[in-house]
Ligand binder design. Structure first.
Ligand SMILES: [Zn+2]
Length: 355
């Protein structure tokens, strides 16, 4: 069987590797659709960054690793200890691995585990871009019949947005500003809509992305280059500005907008990984008693809640899928296409199986 593996920067290979054997408490899966994410692109271009060059303390593995951490799959075999999941079941995989023993793990923040690892970055044979993998039972989530395998591949990125909102003081009816409508920003918009936000204001430069933001639930669109963008944002939100800002852009102008256009007492949530460290206007933070907080990926509860919201139709993310390509084309029509055209492409899904 084949697996798309990372050997080094700009060196992805479709390697022939051995099929894995299923342990007693494991599930063997055929990954079906796997998304390519910004972190994958970052690793591809200038990595290895989170991909381990030395044996990882949790998985003991290092490059080459199999990529793919946003994926759906079909169950092909279950270990002898497992009775609540069967061959043929359609599932999504929560990719995080953690030690369960460190302080953050014990306090309910396994996403910040001291030795955290992820399927799709930290294992040589286990990732969404391999045709067969085994994973622990606890990482497998059954899809409801109303969620397709294509949509199943979007659960992971949407769970990032779910966790960000969950981690904030957001309450139903709150107005929110979303800075940046890339894949993460678009996921945030859908989560805010599903959780009953008031106005969902989106600031985004790209026209195509603004259109998608509208389609997925934005109520007001801003072009951050407009000279009166701060005043406009306040005006839309009762003259005071939004109570919550979610920054999915990670650029200085976006952070300035977040601080200047939000109301007194607002919370600004950083979901972005910044290329350059910003200047934080601490006086604006102080004068408005604003809070600036961070949020990292997701925990299993977020995954389950996103699946429930998708199953009941509260989140319908199909518009995020820009294209579906075969595994053979993953580098050319996936990684390279996304790098060349990040304004019009959102999620490129790789169809992992040959059938
Ligand atoms: Zn831990």
């Amino acid at each position: 069987m084949r697996a798309l593996r990372y050997h080094g920067p700009q060196d992805l290979r479709l390697d022939a590797i051995d099929e894995p054997t299923c342990g007693r408490d494991q599930v063997k899966l055929n990954p079906e659709f796997a998304g390519i994410c910004g972190t994958d692109l970052h690793e591809y271009l200038i990595g290895p960054l989170i991909i381990p060059s030395e044996p990882h303390p949790l998985t003991g593995e290092k490059v080459p690793v199999t990529l793919g951490h946003e994926f759906s799959a079909t169950v092909v075999e279950v270990g002898s200890e497992i009775s609540d999941i069967r061959p043929g079941d359609q599932v999504a995989v929560h990719p995080l691995l953690y030690d369960s023993t460190c302080g953050p793990c014990k306090r309910g923040q396994p996403n910040c585990c001291a030795t955290s690892a992820s399927i799709g970055f930290h294992a040589s044979t286990t990732g969404g871009f391999a045709q067969q993998i085994v994973v622990p039972r606890e990482n497998v989530f059954k899809l409801p019949p109303t969620v397709s395998l294509e949509e199943g591949a979007l659960i992971e990125p949407i769970a990032v947005a779910w966790h960000a909102v969950e981690n904030s003081p957001f309450q139903q009816g709150d107005d929110a500003l979303v800075v940046g409508a890339g894949p993460v920003g678009l996921a945030v918009i859908q989560v805010l809509k599903a959780r009953g936000a008031g106005r969902i204001v989106v600031s985004e430069i790209s026209t195509r992305r603004r259109e998608l933001a509208k389609e997925l639930g934005a109520t007001h669109l801003l072009d951050p280059r407009a000279p009166d963008v701060v005043a406009k944002c306040k005006e839309i939100c009762d003259g005071e500005g939004p109570a919550i800002v979610l920054d999915a852009a990670g650029v200085q102008a976006g952070l300035d907008l977040a601080l200047n256009a939000s109301r007194v007492g607002a919370t600004i949530v950083n979901i972005a990984t910044w290329k350059e460290q910003p200047r934080l206007n601490t006086l604006a933070l102080l004068l408005g008693e604003k809070k600036y907080i961070g949020t990292l990926v997701h925990v299993k509860e977020d995954f389950a809640e996103v699946i429930e919201a998708m199953g009941s139709g509260l989140i319908q993310p199909k518009a995020m899928i820009s294209s579906v390509i075969p595994l053979d084309d993953a580098v050319e029509k996936g990684f390279k296409a996304l790098i060349a055209d990040k304004d019009s492409l959102v999620k490129v899904l790789v169809k992992v199986q040959d059938h």
